[in-house]
Design a protein around this ligand. Structure first.
Ligand code: ZN
Length: 351
């Protein structure tokens, strides 16, 4: 269960704006809007009332110029800033569908010149608490954004109103999507199986079970069993030290530096090289280890130092995880996605 009311937010309206979600087993998501108004406190007060009177409340009203944060309704219920897509009630899609109206206009993206304040970080904390992935599944919010029904139905993450099927509004405009994700209080997004565990061992305590340890550490219990040679009936003893990772899956120390141009050269050339041929293997190995740590590259390829088609495919998945789509997710590293991978997995990208 995530945060229902954000303690840093002021309450707006009577607190009752929606009801239960229609598809609570679908992935959690966020929808960003702009109010198409000015910002500042008079606008916050006026638009705040207007949205209540019009019965089109989002969950959240945010002023990027003052960091003022208001909340109309509980995050675990629906809001009403979206139109239905035929019979599909888009306001009620997902485990949560947290809607945020930002004071500003789509034509001049509000993220330009904006610095996230403590209230915005509190908002991101609440979003994270529902397991919303750090991703933009439908990609850019620039004019011409895609309103793909399958993406909306099946993928969790951040959307703009411009991405929601059955709707015709184009807000929030071409905002800096990564600036929003970067404002989250930690760099570790929650994953389906719990947050990634940073320690490499676990000492068994009284009452522990293998599956309980799996849930606590975010490592599959089957993995723990096989790493430690534990077989059915899976007996463990108090005080036993269990390995959680193989040594090779430990992220590289933060002193590793990757040269973007080397990696790009490797990714472009390797598919054409003779089998076993490599270019810039030292840089490539660091990226491969990070992709393996992300679960995107199997151990077989994770340290061969060759940026071949398997590594390109794995990197494409990483780009998609970062919110890139289409030709922007081509498997050839770009600075932004590589820096993001490095920040998460302990390497730096050479300036
Ligand atoms: Zn909107």
């Amino acid at each position: 269960m995530g945060e229902i009311w954000i303690k840093e937010a002021e309450r707006l309206g009577d607190g009752s704006i929606g009801g239960a979600m229609d598809s609570p087993s679908s992935p959690p998501r966020v929808v960003w809007h702009t109010t198409e108004s000015g910002a500042g406190s008079p606008a916050f007060n006026a638009v705040g009332k207007y949205l209540s009177n019009a019965a089109s409340e989002p969950h959240i009203l945010y002023d990027p110029t003052t960091d003022r944060l208001g909340q109309y309704g509980p995050l675990n219920q629906s809001a009403r800033a979206l139109r239905n897509d035929g019979a599909t009630r888009t306001n009620r899609t997902g485990k949560v569908c947290i809607q945020i109206e930002v004071l500003g206009r789509a034509a001049s993206p509000w993220t330009s010149g904006w610095k996230p304040g403590p209230n915005f970080r509190a908002l991101m904390r609440a979003i994270r608490s529902w397991g919303v992935p750090d991703a933009w599944p439908a990609g850019s919010c620039a004019p011409g954004a895609s309103r793909n029904r399958t993406t909306w139905a099946t993928k969790g993450g951040h959307y703009g109103h411009c991405h929601v099927p059955g709707n015709d509004h184009w807000d929030p405009g071409n905002i800096d999507r990564s600036a929003i994700l970067k404002a989250a209080p930690t760099s570790k997004p929650p994953t389906g199986s719990g947050s990634p565990n940073s320690s490499t061992t676990y000492t068994v305590k009284g009452g522990d079970t293998l599956s309980g340890i799996g849930a606590k550490t975010g490592v599959k219990w089957q993995t723990i069993a096989s790493l430690n040679g534990i077989k059915a009936p899976y007996t463990i003893t108090v005080g036993q030290v269990l390995k959680l990772k193989t040594p090779s899956s430990t992220p590289k120390p933060s002193t590793s530096t990757v040269d973007l141009s080397n990696v790009v050269t490797a990714a472009r050339r390797d598919p054409g090289l003779k089998q076993g041929g490599t270019t810039h293997p030292a840089d490539v190995r660091v990226v491969e280890a990070a992709l393996k740590a992300e679960g995107l590259l199997s151990a077989t390829y994770a340290s061969d130092g060759s940026f071949g088609s398997t590594t390109v495919a794995a990197y494409r998945k990483w780009q998609q995880r970062c919110g890139y789509t289409g030709s922007a997710a081509d498997g050839i590293p770009g600075r932004e996605s590589l820096e993001k991978l490095g920040a998460k997995r302990g390497f730096k990208v050479k300036a």
